[in-house]
Write a protein that binds this ligand. Structure first.
Ligand code: 4NP
Length: 152
């Protein structure tokens, strides 16, 4: 089993979308996908209504997801930890115990835009179009992640 964790700040907008999108592209027999937030703001919450809506528009149901906070044990459980932006990166790296932990953490858009260190913008305070943009960039990155994982 290969395990992949998607991480953002709240675990209600971006990482639930990344989680749902990647899950839909991978065979659940061999891959396990989850998501978490670095903050404790939305523990137990459903994804944001706008993330649920943009997912539904793209034939994905993410209403089975509930917010949870990233924990140190996630470094043991997961093989790949994808973060949405540089502040998520800093927050996760702060909890790393060794170089192996650090090596698991990657900015997700570096999959689609290698070495550019681009960020998935936080759509929380913006309008609905921000969620479409986030969906499209995550969908592209997840297509590439899927290809790389299947090639392994
Ligand atoms: P996310 O977006 O990190 O993509 O889930 C946010 C959701 C909630 C908050 C910030 C970002 N918040 O401050 O409550």
């Amino acid at each position: 089993m290969i395990r992949i964790l998607m991480v953002c700040l709240g675990n209600i907008c971006r990482s639930p979308l990344a989680h749902g999108i990647l899950d839909s592209k991978l065979n659940t027999e061999h891959f396990e996908v989850d998501s978490a937030g670095t903050s404790n703001y939305h523990i137990g919450s459903l994804p944001d209504k706008r993330s649920i809506a943009v997912a539904r528009k793209n034939n994905l149901d993410i209403t089975n997801q509930r917010g949870r906070q990233f924990i140190i044990e996630d470094f043991e459980t997961y093989d790949y930890i994808y973060v949405m932006d540089k502040s998520n990166f800093e927050n996760v790296i702060k909890m790393a115990r060794n170089v192996e932990d650090i090596a698991k953490v990657k900015l997700i858009l570096n999959e689609s835009h290698p070495d550019k260190n681009l960020e998935v913008p936080d759509p929380y305070y913006g309008g609905d179009s921000g969620f479409d943009d986030v969906f499209n960039m995550l969908d592209k990155a997840c297509t590439i992640i899927t290809q790389r994982l299947k090639d392994k």
